[in-house]
Design a protein around this ligand. Structure first.
Ligand code: SF4
Ligand code: SF4
Length: 207
């Protein structure tokens, strides 16, 4: 009988202890989120994959396609192409293989125009390596659409301006043609002198 009462009291105590924990956490601030419906606010130090910085003044990127980032990257995972548009050079392709990235930050540090930053993206799970290949240019265009800013088109190389084409020196093919042209002219300038026929008086003297 004594042990029976003891068991009841022990069970009651554990029930109260469990309820105490529940009540204590019930009044504490919630730290969990309803993933994936809710999105986490990442700390400023968090490093996701790299992305273009959107300049609020120009409402576009600041990249000048200098290729410093792609040359500096120790994993050689940045695939960048640039085209000349007038006097500027602009990126027409900027793709990263994020699954190879060590998040070392060298590309961000070396950029002369501060065109790169680490994103706060953390939902990066995928089914294949291809899912980790990130088109940074297309991502920037999507951000511009979300912000209601004009979408930066992929630049195409422009044909040379007429003035520039004329200013260029002409190819040195004209020289042989000029030499050829000189030779016949010289030949024409010095023809063999025709013999003047003798007069009848001179012929009589000879005979
Ligand atoms: S963070 Fe480092 S490894 Fe990643 S892309 Fe930049 S330079 Fe390459
Ligand atoms: S270093 Fe900066 S400006 Fe140069 S290509 Fe990379 S992102 Fe663009």
């Amino acid at each position: 009988m004594t042990s029976y009462v003891k068991e009841i009291l022990t069970g009651f105590y554990s029930l109260l202890a469990g309820m105490g924990v529940t009540i204590r956490y019930f009044v504490k601030p919630i730290v969990t989120v309803q993933y994936p419906r809710e999105k986490l606010q990442m700390s400023p130090a968090y490093r996701g994959h790299t992305e273009f910085v959107l300049d609020p003044e120009t409402q576009t990127h600041r990249c000048i396609a200098c290729e410093l980032c792609s040359r500096t990257c120790p994993s050689q995972l940045i695939h960048l192409e640039g085209v000349k548009v007038g006097k500027k050079k602009l990126p027409s392709k900027y793709v990263i293989e994020y699954h190879l990235c060590s998040l070392c930050g060298l590309c961000v540090e070396v950029c002369p125009t501060q065109a790169l930053q680490f994103s706060k993206e953390y939902r990066l799970a995928g089914y294949s390596r291809q899912d980790a290949v990130i088109d940074v240019f297309a991502r920037m265009q999507a951000q511009q659409r979300r912000l209601g800013w004009p979408v930066t088109p992929i630049p195409e190389p422009q044909p040379e301006a007429e003035g520039e084409a004329e200013a260029k020196p002409k190819p040195a093919k004209a020289k042989p043609a000029a030499k050829k042209a000189e030779k016949p002219a010289e030949a024409e300038a010095a023809p063999a002198a025709p013999e003047t026929p003798a007069t009848p008086a001179e012929e009589e003297e000879k005979s």
